[in-house]
Design a protein around this ligand. Structure first.
Ligand SMILES: NC(=O)N[C@@H](CC(=O)O)C(=O)O
Ligand SMILES: [Zn+2]
Length: 425
């Protein structure tokens, strides 16, 4: 099996230099200008951007247990539609994969239904909410990618400490949704700041996040584990991570597209499409996240694709679940709103979505080089599109970005040399 992608713009090269990429048996086998090979299968992309397939270390596929929101099939179709070729699935499904048997069940659903590469997280503790640690060694043998209780924070320092000690020995990462429930007062639905008061909605303090990060970086230092922080949202968190990195602690962090592109000020009314955890914070927090990404404090961008049904996500924030989808719009939104205005470069954006997660989580993909797996994405930077419900492949459409106009929509996505998404005309 051999095919050729012609006239691709690659990051790192001059915009006008176009290259050809040869794919043989699932691998990239040649990259060059005017590759003179005779293959039958040729896609001429006419100067469109070709990148390594994007990597998303934070998605919710909802299967098993919540198939009305998303399935492995629709969630991976959404990932492919967004240019993602490797995604890491969170364990807050039902039942959560906290035993070998449950992990094997999810792995077999993935091998039957996934359209892109899926790595599966296992819980840090049984049921995600108990203080009983899962059997890390057994779950690693069953294929666990890393350990996280995402959706909820690990509430006691002792539990986190013991989990980290064990993970350090097993040479595996602890990935944390940081939220101290004891600092959550009155069932907050948005950032405790200016706008929640104007809208008369209960707030969630940034302290729930930043204080738990402070605790955890010290535990990470003591145990030597690799500690990765999910969806950082507050400027205080950025400061702690920056200091922890300076101190040589093995901490890494991700930020979502929505926390980079929106703040509480964009919430004009009580609309559940703007409800996510952590919430959109202040303009100063939003700016600190971009600064943190630019100076290397924050390592990568991850979507936190969190589908919920229309019924669940209509009306008020009060009573609706936290979370918005993100796989399909991440690249185009970030390209349009960060690269075009010159806040970040295209090379930086692509690295935060490919090489950085690959390096930190030891993945072979995420690189466009000879010998690498033929996981590729192609984006159309020339034509503008409006984000609409109809274009989405996810089962859900809970995103506040519907109606936004973007450049950089996905043209095609290739996994192991197979086209898994192609734009329809
Ligand atoms: N981010 C969210 O608001 N929701 C996520 C959970 C999570 O990632 O914390 C979900 O599972 O819906
Ligand atoms: Zn989370």
């Amino acid at each position: 099996m051999e095919f050729l992608i012609k006239n691709a713009r690659l990051t790192g090269d001059n915009e006008t230099l176009l290259k050809d990429i040869l794919i043989t048996n699932k691998k990239i086998t040649a990259i060059g200008t005017d590759l003179s090979v005779s293959v039958e299968d040729v896609i001429d992309v006419k100067g469109k951007l070709v990148t390594p397939g994007l990597i998303d270390v934070h998605v919710h596929l909802r299967e098993p247990g919540f198939e009305y929101k998303e399935t492995i099939e629709t969630g991976t179709a959404a990932a492919a539609r967004g240019g993602f070729t490797t995604i890491c699935a969170m364990p807050n499904v039902n039942p959560a994969p906290d035993s070998v048997e449950k992990m094997q069940n999810i792995k077999s659903l993935i091998s039957k239904n996934a359209k892109v590469k899926v790595k599966q997280y296992a819980p840090i503790t049984e049921l995600l909410t108990s203080d009983r640690l899962t059997d890390q060694k057994a779950l690693i043998n069953a294929g666990a990618f890393a350990f996280t209780n995402d959706g909820v924070g690990v509430q006691t320092a002792a539990t986190m400490y013991l989990a980290m000690k064990e993970a350090a020995q097993n040479n595996i990462s602890i990935v944390a949704h940081t939220e101290d429930d004891s600092l959550l007062f009155d069932n907050g639905v948005m950032h405790e700041g200016k706008r929640n008061k104007e809208l008369n909605l209960p707030g969630m303090s940034q302290l729930t996040e930043s204080t738990q990060i402070a605790r955890d970086v010290l535990l990470a230092e003591a145990t030597g584990v690799h500690y990765h922080i999910c969806h950082v949202s507050a400027k205080e968190s950025v400061r702690i991570i920056r200091d922890a990195k300076k101190a040589g602690i093995k901490v890494t962090a991700e930020v979502t597209p929505h926390h980079l592109l929106l703040s509480e000020e964009d919430i004009l009314s009580d609309n559940s499409l703007f409800k996510m955890n952590p919430p959109l914070r202040s303009r100063a927090d939003q700016e600190a996240l971009l600064e943190g990404l630019l100076d290397g404090t924050i390592d990568m961008i991850a979507t936190d694709h969190a589908p919920h049904s229309d019924e669940e996500k209509q009306g008020s924030m009060i009573g609706s679940p936290f979370g918005i989808i993100g796989s399909e719009t991440a690249f185009s939104l970030l390209y349009t709103n960060l690269v075009i205005p010159g806040k970040v470069t295209l090379d930086q954006l692509v690295k935060w979505l490919t090489l950085k997660p690959a390096e930190i989580f030891n993945m072979k993909t995420g690189r466009l080089e000879i010998g690498a797996p033929a996981d590729l994405a192609c984006f159309d930077l020339q034509n503008e599109k409006e984000i609409s419900k109809e274009m989405l492949h996810s089962k859900s459409s809970n995103t506040p970005f519907i109606g936004w106009k973007v450049y950089g929509d996905t043209y095609f996505t290739i996994v192991d040399g197979q086209v898994v998404y192609q734009e329809e005309n």
